[in-house]
Design a binder for this molecule. Sequence first.
Ligand SMILES: [Zn+2]
Length: 223
Amino acid sequence: MNIVVPQGYVFAKKGEISAFEENGILKLYARYSRFEDIMYDLTYTTKGRDRCYYCRRKLTEKNMTLDHIYPRSLGGPTIPQNLVPTCRNCNGEKENMTPKQYTIFRKLPNKESKAEFKRNFAEIRSFQEKWLHVIPDEWISKVLTTSLILLINLEDTQTQKYKSISAYYVRCGQFPKPIVIDCHGFVLDGFTTVLNAKNNGIKEIPTIVLDNVEVIFSENKER
Ligand SMILES: [Zn+2]
């Protein structure tokens, strides 16, 4: 899939450019590892900082957040397609609901029915663990583990994160979320998942391929 990259877009911190647009492609310097920051910035740049996506109230510096439309806990990726500017109230109230559930929740007439809906949430969540049914199919490709390139060396298999991904795979027969890669197979998000797949001989990983994102290795672009 392609992400929206405005013409002339530049992401820089402390004067150092980490990413920039060129012919509709978002080029990322390989040394830069905070991919999420760029996705957050791109979301604000393309969707604005004006109003909450859900309640339409005016956003202020203090109550402004970004909501994952498909929640992180259900494998929702940090890409602009899955992010919207929201107020803290709506973001907090939505918790781990899917967009469908939150639409229903918002239409409930009163506090009691909302509380009731949340009480039934445990049941809803067990369904949600099958995240492949939650995230749109068209976002996901199956990519061969051997074709993926890790930008950082992640040898440590004793971390809590690694262990929890392994446990999830054993329990659900699937990784907890899709990974995100650029057009050449460089892993942008999901390093630990890829390491896990490589170590366990898992041949394919559900992947979001960002076709107009490219990791580059050249020195700083002169601008
Ligand atoms: Zn709101």
